[in-house]
Design a protein around this ligand. Structure first.
Ligand code: GH3
Ligand code: MG
Ligand code: MG
Ligand code: MG
Length: 298
């Protein structure tokens, strides 16, 4: 898999330093520049770079103040920061690490050493991205896996509880999929799962919509910011989108691949857990199957 170009934000109040560093590193990553602390924080939040190279001595806000703000903000907290500074004394270096820097380079810097150290941190950043993908993405369908779903559900549950807003959960299951595998082969079955996942994903594009592969031929959906009629429309569009894939399935009632879904809407309160809510959605899924499949039961 080709990983996208990583991005480095270089922050320095002296233009010649920005020029030298960006020329040095432009073959390694996409470069963005900032010449003061305020611009650095804004660009870090906007671009979420993979590494920040941060000067310490700057007018207005110095680098130590900048890193404090970066570490205090949810969006920028995890971005590795490398200080590159004229403050070469041990106490300053110690302060830099204490504030959360991952490396500390003193000026005047040696170009070869800066490049080698930045490359090392880019390698680590790439490995982190890969690790996160392996942990959270289902390799067959490329949508989030169950592990990511559990995490997302917990986060959405807390938001809904805090705002006393309803949350929609749906369990989705491909109809008569065992017969599909038996009749058309496991490889064809795998292809169907991928198509179903992508079609569901396409229907669930709003910021707080979420779909994951729950396991086997089951998917799970969270709709985080919707009312009942809106969510009903979204889930029926999902069901219709799978029917519209028009994948032949001779042994199914509708002669094509369809899905059934069980859905619930609930406002989290202290009496009900997300596990119970999911169980209820699963009960509704069972009803959808009982009632003839290719439908959403609420
Ligand atoms: P129902 O309509 O009641 O859901 O019937 P079903 O046949 O879909 O239900 P069942 O749970 O009996 O079968 C699920 C099948 O899904 C069985 C299993 O072989 C298949 N399956 C699970 N994971 C995968 C996979 O990764 N790839 C393929 N090709 N098949 C899978
Ligand atoms: Mg400076
Ligand atoms: Mg099943
Ligand atoms: Mg099934």
């Amino acid at each position: 898999m080709i990983s996208p170009a990583l991005r480095i934000l270089i922050v320095d109040d002296e233009k010649p330093n920005l020029v030298v560093l960006s020329n040095l590193l432009k073959t390694e990553a996409q470069i963005t520049l900032a010449s003061n602390g305020k611009a650095a924080i804004e660009k870090a939040q906007e671009l979420k770079p993979d590494i920040i190279l941060l000067d310490v001595v700057m007018p207005d806000q110095n680098g130590f103040e900048v890193i404090k703000q970066l570490k205090a903000c949810e969006i920028t907290r995890a971005i590795p920061v490398i200080f590159i500074t004229a403050l070469g004394d041990v106490a300053s270096e110690e302060t830099g690490f204490e504030l959360g820097a991952c490396d500390y380079i003193s000026k005047p810097f040696h170009l070869g050493i800066v490049k080698a150290r930045v490359k090392l941190h880019l390698t680590i950043a790439r490995q982190c991205i890969m690790l996160e993908m392996l942990a959270n993405v289902d390799p067959l369908t490329t949508i989030p896996n169950r592990r990511k779903f559990d995490e997302q559900l917990e986060a959405e549950w807390l938001i809904a509880q805090r705002n006393q807003q309803p949350l929609v959960l749906a369990m989705v299951d491909v109809d008569k999929f065992k017969q599909y595998n038996d009749h058309y082969g496991h490889a064809a079955g795998d292809k169907v799962l991928t198509q179903v996942a992508q079609a569901l994903n396409k229907q669930l594009q709003r910021p707080r919509d979420f779909v994951a592969r729950y396991g086997g031929e089951e998917f799970v959906i969270i709709i985080g910011d919707s009312d009942l009629s809106g969510a009903k429309a979204v889930l029926d569009n999902c069901r219709q989108a799978i029917e519209d894939l028009d994948i032949e399935h001779e042994l199914s009632t509708h002669n094509k691949i369809t899905i059934s879904a069980g859905a619930i809407i609930c406002t989290p309160n202290n009496g009900v857990t997300s596990v119970q809510a999911l169980k209820q959605a699963d009960t509704m899924l069972y009803q959808a199957k009982e009632c003839g499949r290719n439908q959403v039961c609420w």
